[in-house]
Design a protein around this ligand. Sequence first.
Ligand SMILES: [Zn+2]
Length: 313
Amino acid sequence: MQIGPKLRALLIPYLVPGVAILAAALTSMQSPLLAVCVLFLTPAILTPLAHNFNRLGAKKCAENDAFMLEACGSGAISHFRLLYRQLPANPRCRVCFVPFGGIGRLLRISPSRKNPNFCRSCIDSSPEGVHDTEVGVLFVDIRGFTAWSSARPASVVAERVSHFYELASRVLMQDDALIEFVGDQVMALYLPAFPSLRGRTSDAMLNAAERLVAEAQREPGPDPLRFGIGINFGVASIGNVRKGARKDFTAVGDVVNTAARLQAAAGPNEIVVAEAVYKTLTAPPERAEPRDIDAKGKREPLPVYILRPDAAA
Ligand SMILES: [Zn+2]
Protein backbone atom coordinates (compact mmCIF):
# COMPACT_ATOMS: atom_id res chain seq x y z
CA MET A 1 0.00 0.00 0.00
CA GLN A 2 1.32 3.44 -0.89
CA ILE A 3 0.88 6.25 1.63
CA GLY A 4 0.08 9.57 -0.05
CA PRO A 5 2.38 12.51 0.61
CA LYS A 6 -0.27 14.49 2.51
CA LEU A 7 -1.11 11.57 4.83
CA ARG A 8 2.58 10.88 5.35
CA ALA A 9 3.24 14.54 6.08
CA LEU A 10 0.55 14.48 8.78
CA LEU A 11 1.54 11.09 10.22
CA ILE A 12 5.18 11.86 11.01
CA PRO A 13 4.67 14.86 13.33
CA TYR A 14 1.93 13.07 15.31
CA LEU A 15 3.77 9.75 15.37
CA VAL A 16 6.87 11.17 17.06
CA PRO A 17 5.23 12.63 20.22
CA GLY A 18 2.86 9.62 20.19
CA VAL A 19 5.79 7.22 20.51
CA ALA A 20 7.33 9.41 23.25
CA ILE A 21 4.14 9.48 25.33
CA LEU A 22 3.56 5.73 24.95
CA ALA A 23 7.16 4.94 25.91
CA ALA A 24 6.95 7.31 28.88
CA ALA A 25 3.69 5.72 30.04
CA LEU A 26 5.28 2.26 29.92
CA THR A 27 8.49 3.31 31.71
CA SER A 28 6.58 5.31 34.38
CA MET A 29 5.53 1.96 35.83
CA GLN A 30 9.25 1.33 36.57
CA SER A 31 10.54 4.81 37.38
CA PRO A 32 8.92 8.28 37.06
CA LEU A 33 12.37 9.88 36.49
CA LEU A 34 13.09 7.54 33.59
CA ALA A 35 9.63 8.32 32.17
CA VAL A 36 10.39 12.07 32.16
CA CYS A 37 13.74 11.42 30.41
CA VAL A 38 12.05 9.27 27.77
CA LEU A 39 9.32 11.86 27.21
CA PHE A 40 11.87 14.58 26.42
CA LEU A 41 14.56 12.56 24.71
CA THR A 42 12.39 10.57 22.29
CA PRO A 43 11.15 13.57 20.26
CA ALA A 44 14.66 15.05 20.38
CA ILE A 45 16.02 11.95 18.67
CA LEU A 46 13.09 10.91 16.52
CA THR A 47 12.09 14.25 15.03
CA PRO A 48 15.38 14.93 13.22
CA LEU A 49 15.32 11.30 12.10
CA ALA A 50 11.79 11.75 10.80
CA HIS A 51 12.91 14.98 9.16
CA ASN A 52 15.59 13.05 7.33
CA PHE A 53 12.79 10.84 6.02
CA ASN A 54 13.22 12.66 2.72
CA ARG A 55 16.77 11.46 2.37
CA LEU A 56 16.12 7.99 3.77
CA GLY A 57 12.81 7.12 2.16
CA ALA A 58 12.22 9.53 -0.69
CA LYS A 59 13.98 7.38 -3.26
CA LYS A 60 11.02 5.03 -3.07
CA CYS A 61 8.49 7.79 -3.71
CA ALA A 62 6.97 8.42 -7.10
CA GLU A 63 8.27 11.23 -9.26
CA ASN A 64 6.55 14.62 -8.97
CA ASP A 65 6.26 14.03 -5.24
CA ALA A 66 7.76 17.29 -4.03
CA PHE A 67 7.55 16.47 -0.33
CA MET A 68 8.70 19.79 0.98
CA LEU A 69 6.01 21.74 -0.86
CA GLU A 70 3.33 19.14 -0.07
CA ALA A 71 4.35 19.37 3.55
CA CYS A 72 4.08 23.16 3.44
CA GLY A 73 0.62 22.91 1.86
CA SER A 74 -0.68 20.42 4.41
CA GLY A 75 0.63 22.41 7.36
CA ALA A 76 2.96 19.58 8.40
CA ILE A 77 5.98 21.87 8.26
CA SER A 78 4.37 24.03 10.95
CA HIS A 79 3.91 20.91 13.11
CA PHE A 80 7.61 20.16 12.65
CA ARG A 81 8.44 23.76 13.48
CA LEU A 82 6.66 23.49 16.85
CA LEU A 83 8.70 20.41 17.73
CA TYR A 84 12.05 21.56 16.35
CA ARG A 85 11.76 24.94 18.07
CA GLN A 86 12.14 23.08 21.40
CA LEU A 87 15.45 21.48 20.40
CA PRO A 88 18.78 23.18 21.10
CA ALA A 89 20.60 24.95 19.44
CA ASN A 90 20.82 27.96 17.09
CA PRO A 91 21.37 28.47 14.19
CA ARG A 92 18.49 26.50 12.71
CA CYS A 93 16.74 26.01 9.34
CA ARG A 94 14.36 28.89 8.63
CA VAL A 95 11.74 26.59 7.09
CA CYS A 96 11.52 23.64 9.51
CA PHE A 97 13.53 25.06 12.47
CA VAL A 98 15.68 21.91 12.77
CA PRO A 99 18.86 22.97 14.65
CA PHE A 100 22.26 22.78 12.93
CA GLY A 101 24.08 22.71 16.27
CA GLY A 102 23.60 20.41 19.27
CA ILE A 103 21.62 17.32 18.38
CA GLY A 104 21.41 18.55 14.77
CA ARG A 105 25.20 18.27 14.47
CA LEU A 106 25.12 14.77 15.93
CA LEU A 107 22.54 13.75 13.36
CA ARG A 108 24.44 15.47 10.55
CA ILE A 109 21.77 18.06 9.75
CA SER A 110 23.67 20.22 7.27
CA PRO A 111 22.94 23.59 5.64
CA SER A 112 21.74 23.83 2.04
CA ARG A 113 24.27 24.67 -0.69
CA LYS A 114 21.73 27.16 -2.09
CA ASN A 115 21.49 29.11 1.16
CA PRO A 116 22.88 28.12 4.58
CA ASN A 117 19.78 29.59 6.27
CA PHE A 118 17.98 26.37 5.25
CA CYS A 119 18.74 22.69 5.79
CA ARG A 120 19.61 20.30 2.98
CA SER A 121 16.53 18.18 3.68
CA CYS A 122 14.18 21.10 2.96
CA ILE A 123 15.97 22.05 -0.30
CA ASP A 124 18.77 19.96 -1.84
CA SER A 125 17.60 16.55 -0.58
CA SER A 126 13.89 16.97 -1.25
CA PRO A 127 12.72 14.41 -3.83
CA GLU A 128 13.00 14.87 -7.56
CA GLY A 129 10.00 16.54 -9.15
CA VAL A 130 8.54 20.00 -9.67
CA HIS A 131 5.46 21.91 -8.52
CA ASP A 132 3.96 24.99 -10.14
CA THR A 133 4.16 27.77 -7.60
CA GLU A 134 4.80 31.51 -7.32
CA VAL A 135 8.41 32.62 -7.33
CA GLY A 136 10.41 35.82 -7.60
CA VAL A 137 13.44 35.54 -9.90
CA LEU A 138 16.44 37.90 -9.86
CA PHE A 139 19.26 37.71 -12.40
CA VAL A 140 22.47 39.70 -12.03
CA ASP A 141 25.69 39.83 -14.03
CA ILE A 142 28.72 42.10 -14.40
CA ARG A 143 28.24 44.68 -17.14
CA GLY A 144 31.01 45.05 -19.69
CA PHE A 145 32.72 41.95 -18.35
CA THR A 146 33.64 40.38 -21.72
CA ALA A 147 35.49 43.51 -22.91
CA TRP A 148 37.10 44.00 -19.48
CA SER A 149 38.30 40.39 -19.21
CA SER A 150 39.72 40.20 -22.76
CA ALA A 151 42.48 42.67 -21.83
CA ARG A 152 43.51 41.02 -18.54
CA PRO A 153 45.30 37.86 -17.37
CA ALA A 154 43.15 34.84 -16.54
CA SER A 155 44.06 34.95 -12.83
CA VAL A 156 42.80 38.55 -12.51
CA VAL A 157 39.57 37.62 -14.36
CA ALA A 158 39.03 34.58 -12.10
CA GLU A 159 39.59 36.72 -9.01
CA ARG A 160 36.96 39.22 -10.18
CA VAL A 161 34.43 36.48 -10.89
CA SER A 162 35.02 34.95 -7.42
CA HIS A 163 34.61 38.37 -5.84
CA PHE A 164 31.33 38.88 -7.74
CA TYR A 165 30.01 35.46 -6.62
CA GLU A 166 30.99 36.18 -3.02
CA LEU A 167 29.39 39.64 -2.99
CA ALA A 168 26.19 38.49 -4.75
CA SER A 169 25.82 35.42 -2.49
CA ARG A 170 26.35 37.43 0.69
CA VAL A 171 23.87 40.16 -0.24
CA LEU A 172 21.18 37.95 -1.80
CA MET A 173 21.24 35.19 0.83
CA GLN A 174 20.37 37.68 3.58
CA ASP A 175 16.76 37.71 2.35
CA ASP A 176 16.58 33.90 2.12
CA ALA A 177 17.02 33.73 -1.67
CA LEU A 178 18.21 30.41 -3.10
CA ILE A 179 21.33 31.08 -5.16
CA GLU A 180 22.45 29.48 -8.39
CA PHE A 181 25.50 30.34 -10.48
CA VAL A 182 24.72 30.28 -14.20
CA GLY A 183 27.91 30.98 -16.16
CA ASP A 184 28.95 34.53 -15.26
CA GLN A 185 25.46 35.30 -13.93
CA VAL A 186 23.87 34.70 -10.55
CA MET A 187 20.21 33.64 -10.36
CA ALA A 188 18.36 34.13 -7.07
CA LEU A 189 14.98 32.49 -6.37
CA TYR A 190 12.63 34.06 -3.82
CA LEU A 191 9.91 31.64 -2.73
CA PRO A 192 6.86 33.28 -1.11
CA ALA A 193 6.23 29.82 0.42
CA PHE A 194 9.11 30.56 2.82
CA PRO A 195 7.86 32.03 6.11
CA SER A 196 10.37 34.89 5.93
CA LEU A 197 9.21 36.10 2.49
CA ARG A 198 5.43 35.66 2.00
CA GLY A 199 3.89 39.02 0.88
CA ARG A 200 7.20 40.92 1.00
CA THR A 201 8.83 38.94 -1.83
CA SER A 202 8.85 41.79 -4.38
CA ASP A 203 10.06 44.29 -1.78
CA ALA A 204 12.85 41.89 -0.74
CA MET A 205 13.98 41.45 -4.38
CA LEU A 206 14.13 45.17 -5.18
CA ASN A 207 15.81 45.90 -1.86
CA ALA A 208 18.45 43.23 -2.52
CA ALA A 209 19.08 44.57 -6.05
CA GLU A 210 19.61 48.09 -4.68
CA ARG A 211 21.92 46.79 -1.93
CA LEU A 212 24.00 44.94 -4.52
CA VAL A 213 24.63 48.11 -6.52
CA ALA A 214 25.30 50.14 -3.35
CA GLU A 215 27.78 47.58 -1.95
CA ALA A 216 29.75 47.52 -5.21
CA GLN A 217 29.84 51.34 -5.26
CA ARG A 218 31.23 51.47 -1.74
CA GLU A 219 34.17 49.19 -2.53
CA PRO A 220 37.59 50.84 -2.80
CA GLY A 221 39.49 50.84 -6.09
CA PRO A 222 39.27 52.61 -9.44
CA ASP A 223 37.26 49.91 -11.19
CA PRO A 224 34.14 48.96 -9.19
CA LEU A 225 31.83 46.15 -10.29
CA ARG A 226 28.85 47.43 -12.26
CA PHE A 227 25.80 45.20 -12.40
CA GLY A 228 22.93 44.57 -14.80
CA ILE A 229 19.92 43.28 -12.85
CA GLY A 230 16.51 41.94 -13.96
CA ILE A 231 13.69 40.96 -11.58
CA ASN A 232 10.45 39.15 -12.38
CA PHE A 233 7.63 37.44 -10.50
CA GLY A 234 5.09 34.77 -11.46
CA VAL A 235 4.29 31.07 -11.49
CA ALA A 236 7.10 28.67 -12.44
CA SER A 237 7.89 24.99 -11.97
CA ILE A 238 9.97 24.72 -8.79
CA GLY A 239 11.73 21.68 -7.39
CA ASN A 240 14.56 19.26 -7.80
CA VAL A 241 15.36 18.68 -11.47
CA ARG A 242 17.71 15.96 -12.69
CA LYS A 243 20.85 17.49 -14.25
CA GLY A 244 22.98 14.61 -15.47
CA ALA A 245 24.28 12.59 -12.53
CA ARG A 246 22.92 14.96 -9.87
CA LYS A 247 19.69 16.74 -9.06
CA ASP A 248 19.41 20.46 -8.56
CA PHE A 249 16.76 22.58 -6.81
CA THR A 250 15.81 25.19 -9.39
CA ALA A 251 13.00 27.00 -11.21
CA VAL A 252 11.97 26.40 -14.80
CA GLY A 253 9.55 28.37 -16.96
CA ASP A 254 8.77 31.59 -18.78
CA VAL A 255 9.12 33.65 -15.57
CA VAL A 256 12.77 32.58 -15.33
CA ASN A 257 13.53 33.11 -19.03
CA THR A 258 11.92 36.57 -18.96
CA ALA A 259 13.93 37.55 -15.86
CA ALA A 260 17.11 36.64 -17.78
CA ARG A 261 15.91 38.76 -20.75
CA LEU A 262 15.24 41.73 -18.45
CA GLN A 263 18.75 41.44 -17.04
CA ALA A 264 20.18 41.32 -20.57
CA ALA A 265 18.33 44.58 -21.34
CA ALA A 266 19.74 46.35 -18.26
CA GLY A 267 22.49 48.96 -18.64
CA PRO A 268 25.37 49.34 -16.13
CA ASN A 269 23.95 49.59 -12.60
CA GLU A 270 20.38 49.46 -13.90
CA ILE A 271 17.61 47.37 -12.35
CA VAL A 272 14.93 46.32 -14.86
CA VAL A 273 11.77 45.60 -12.88
CA ALA A 274 8.96 43.56 -14.48
CA GLU A 275 5.45 45.01 -14.20
CA ALA A 276 4.41 41.98 -12.08
CA VAL A 277 7.04 42.95 -9.48
CA TYR A 278 6.41 46.69 -9.62
CA LYS A 279 2.67 46.27 -9.01
CA THR A 280 3.24 44.15 -5.88
CA LEU A 281 5.75 46.51 -4.23
CA THR A 282 4.55 48.03 -0.95
CA ALA A 283 5.80 51.46 -2.04
CA PRO A 284 6.65 51.54 -5.78
CA PRO A 285 9.52 54.04 -6.20
CA GLU A 286 8.39 57.18 -8.03
CA ARG A 287 11.80 57.59 -9.65
CA ALA A 288 11.24 54.36 -11.65
CA GLU A 289 11.13 55.09 -15.38
CA PRO A 290 8.37 53.17 -17.25
CA ARG A 291 9.48 51.73 -20.58
CA ASP A 292 8.52 49.05 -23.10
CA ILE A 293 11.39 46.78 -24.09
CA ASP A 294 11.69 44.29 -26.93
CA ALA A 295 12.78 40.98 -25.43
CA LYS A 296 14.10 38.08 -27.46
CA GLY A 297 11.42 35.42 -27.99
CA LYS A 298 8.54 37.80 -27.11
CA ARG A 299 6.10 38.97 -29.78
CA GLU A 300 4.83 41.95 -27.75
CA PRO A 301 7.08 44.55 -26.06
CA LEU A 302 7.37 44.02 -22.28
CA PRO A 303 6.27 46.86 -20.00
CA VAL A 304 9.01 47.37 -17.38
CA TYR A 305 10.30 49.96 -14.92
CA ILE A 306 13.95 51.02 -14.92
CA LEU A 307 15.71 52.02 -11.72
CA ARG A 308 19.21 53.52 -11.41
CA PRO A 309 20.18 53.35 -7.72
CA ASP A 310 23.56 55.05 -8.21
CA ALA A 311 21.90 58.02 -9.98
CA ALA A 312 19.53 58.46 -7.01
CA ALA A 313 22.37 58.48 -4.49
ZN1 LIG B 1 14.72 22.53 7.02
